[in-house]
Design a protein around this ligand. Structure first.
Ligand SMILES: [Zn+2]
Length: 138
């Protein structure tokens, strides 16, 4: 059972700008509540402390699961999955139309491991982009 207080959950939401740390999906475009996720999975010894928590959409949280490392297909290097709390999204990823493209070993490994361009989200993002709602410009 999670012991994360409502107060801490609200703080994490503010810190994460109320959007998914991986695909940047904002709560305002998501009909289900963004989830408090463990950067380092509790199954692998991660804690419920603030520094181990961030916000993720259901898809990213589900695909990430307990992974903390993944392989960059370009360098064949095993790297840590992107940490949205301590790393800068724009340094590791960029948008190419509706797709998220990794710019670094960490970015490329995360795109693949967390399935940031999964078949469920791509057609949705395409519509948001044509409506001018996405991607965020920060
Ligand atoms: Zn997401």
């Amino acid at each position: 059972m999670s012991k994360i207080s409502e107060k801490l959950k609200a703080k994490i939401r503010r810190q994460a700008k109320n959007r998914c740390g991986y695909c940047l999906l904002p709560q305002s475009l998501n009909p289900s509540l963004l989830e408090i996720e463990h950067l380092h999975a509790t199954a692998n010894g991660g804690t419920d402390e603030e520094e181990n928590l961030w916000l993720a959409c259901r898809l990213c949280n589900g695909y990430k699961n307990i992974q903390s490392e993944a392989v960059d297909y370009k360098t064949n290097q095993k790297v840590l999955i992107f940490n949205p709390r301590t790393q800068d999204w724009n340094e590791h990823f960029e948008w190419k139309n509706e797709k998220i493209v990794g710019k670094t070993p960490c970015g490329r490994a995360t795109v693949k491991a967390v399935k940031l361009n999964n078949e469920i989200i791509l057609p949705v993002r395409r519509k948001w982009i044509s409506a001018g709602w996405f991607p965020p410009n920060d």
